[in-house]
Write a protein that binds this ligand. Structure first.
Ligand code: ARG
Length: 559
């Protein structure tokens, strides 16, 4: 039973159960300043029903709060500030973590599914920085979803359909070279694709050929399909390397092409419901307060939006998910607003459960990091750079470390992931290898290093969780205990706001508090508190490891 729940029960009882434990729990706050106590109960929302001033309520309530968990109660305005019994709470928290281990903070399993649509790169194009952000945020959100008791369904909605494949087929037939494509599929496909655009500027007939090629693809022409399949497989192989490095997996790769044979029923459905309007031969759904959603083009071809409609309907039938997160950059905000509104107009109740999870851009030296045209920054190169720099840093810090290659990989990748997740996702983020790889500061390696130090400390102390035997620790451990105690709520909040940065910021705080304590305390010095101190270190490490795992980062034992 969590501490807030216990305190809420005491308060609810004192209020003669006028307010339920749950209601009280929701009102409980953590004061910003420690001098205001460990927990605060605001009485403002109680005032109307109780027909008393908040101060009056606080005063009366404060007199009734007697429990071994509470050492003192103070009233400040409409607040009741509570000071808790540190030893009792410390013992409780350490017991809970050493019992639950990685399950600490996990919610009961709900058997409800939540879909996370993330990563979703475009075939035959380089994996962009935007796709990296979607991959990292989406993967963490899926982990957080599971920690909150739901079943996560990870879907990679591949961009593997659309007129660009017509262009690619034409380009390949004109200028393609099979061997070159086999050697470096995405780079080579991008090259002929860019060349197509250059040539089409001078010769518009190429665009007609491309449209015809896409049409034949949509109609299932064998040659076109074979080429498309080949482009797709080759690209996926490259993407797979990135996913492997990042430790990301998917339950489904059903991308846009998957819905090709499900389009007619969507368009018919819209027609039957009287939602389609013709506009110059194209069909649209008119929407209030925003541009219409384009459903079919003049030539009957469907669009990205049409395929998203089909995907949403298909997924609802297949998974009956309670919620869907679309982790896609904020430049697609309008697209998702339109999509959700069209589904609502179609009468689908579940449209309300769809949520766009947008994020900002990745910047380098203040400018957008793009993967366009000739100047492509390949993500695989970016990651390789991070690993290389990590290895350099490790060599300086710990030259005799065993297994340096593997650890450099874990640190390099951890740095890239953490750099992405430590800020509110809507912020644009700066990509600076040098910064993100520091062992101090707000970095992934800092958190990993804190954990690795604890691991070797526990080894030196020959620590065994089952031998935990509590004796009171000093005041300086209280901030650490409070953070550990708060972890289950951080997990809930990260889910409620679809925001992994809640976890990232939390583990930075926890690392900082622990390192401060560690710098001033001889944890291994033998006395009656050794077991408690080691258990504290162990508990911090359990929670840090769990944070790293929720963020999708490795946790090396040594660094
Ligand atoms: N492939 C798209 C792009 O790169 C992202 C797809 C996101 N998911 C979705 N269901 N629309 O822009």
């Amino acid at each position: 039973m969590s501490l807030t729940y216990q305190i809420a029960t005491i308060i609810s009882n004192a209020l003669e159960n006028e307010w339920t434990v749950k209601q009280v729990e929701q009102l409980l706050e953590k004061p910003k300043q420690t001098k205001h106590g460990d927990m605060a109960f605001p009485c403002f929302t109680l005032a109307p029903k109780m027909r008393k001033a908040p101060q009056q309520i606080a005063l009366e309530l404060s007199k009734k709060l007697e429990d071994s968990l509470i050492t003192s109660v103070r009233v400040a305005g409409g607040y009741v500030n509570l000071f808790l019994h540190q030893d009792l709470v410390t013992n409780q928290v350490l017991q809970a973590i050493t019992t639950d281990l990685q399950q600490y903070g996990s919610k009961k399993k709900e058997h409800e599914k939540i879909i996370i649509d993330f990563s979703s790169p475009n075939i035959a194009k380089p994996f962009s920085m935007g796709h990296l952000r979607s991959t990292v945020i989406g993967n963490s959100l899926a982990n957080i979803t599971e920690k909150n008791g739901y079943e996560a369904v990870r879907i990679n909605h591949l961009g593997d359909w659309g007129t660009q494949f017509g262009k690619l087929i034409v380009a390949y037939k004109l200028w393609g070279n099979q061997d070159k494509i086999l050697a470096a599929p995405i780079a080579e496909l991008l090259k002929i694709y860019v060349h197509f655009h250059d040539m089409a500027e001078k010769d518009d007939s190429l665009n007609d050929q491309a449209r015809a090629a896409f049409k034949s693809l949509e109609e299932g022409d064998e040659e076109a399909l074979n080429l498309w399949n080949w482009f797709k497989d080759a690209s996926l192989k490259e993407f797979q390397q990135i996913y492997e490095l990042l430790g990301v997996r998917f339950d489904s790769y059903a991308g846009e092409a998957f819905y090709n044979d499900k389009m007619t029923s969507v368009v018919d459905g819209l027609k039957e419901k009287g939602l389609l309007t013709e506009s110059n031969g194209a069909f649209v759904v008119e929407l209030e307060d925003m541009p219409p959603s384009l459903i079919t083009k003049k030539d009957g071809a469907t669009l990205y939006a049409t395929r998203d409609l089909a995907a949403a309907i298909y997924r609802q039938q297949t998974y009956q998910a309670t919620k869907t997160f679309y982790v896609v950059g904020n430049e697609q905000t309008l697209h998702f607003k339109q999509l959700f509104l069209v589904l609502e107009k179609m009468g689908y109740e579940w449209a309300k459960q769809l949520e766009h999870v947008p994020f900002g851009m990745m910047l380098k030296d203040g400018k957008k990091m793009s993967t366009r045209k000739g100047k492509i920054i390949l993500l695989a190169d970016v990651i390789a750079d991070a690993i290389h720099t990590a290895k350099h840093n490790i060599n300086e810090k710990n030259p005799t470390l065993e297994d340096k290659e593997e650890i450099a990989k874990q640190v390099g990748i951890g740095a890239v992931i953490f750099n992405d997740l430590k800020n509110d996702r809507m912020n644009d983020i700066e990509f600076s290898l040098e910064q993100m790889l520091h062992f101090e500061g707000e970095t992934g390696p800092y958190v990993q290093y804190t954990n690795a130090r604890i691991c070797s400390l526990l080894q030196k102390g020959n620590f065994k969780a089952e031998e935990f035997n509590f004796s009171p620790l000093g005041d300086e451990t209280w901030p650490i205990i409070q953070l550990l105690e708060d972890f289950p709520r951080v997990v809930e909040k990260a889910f409620a706001y679809a925001d992994p940065s809640q976890i990232a910021k939390f583990c930075l705080l926890l690392s900082r508090q622990f390192n401060k304590y560690y710098a001033n305390t001889k944890i291994l010095a033998k006395d009656e508190t050794t077991s408690s101190k080691l258990t504290l270190a162990f508990s911090v490490s359990i929670v840090l490891k769990e944070c790293l795992s929720l963020l999708g980062m490795p946790a090396p034992q040594k660094m």
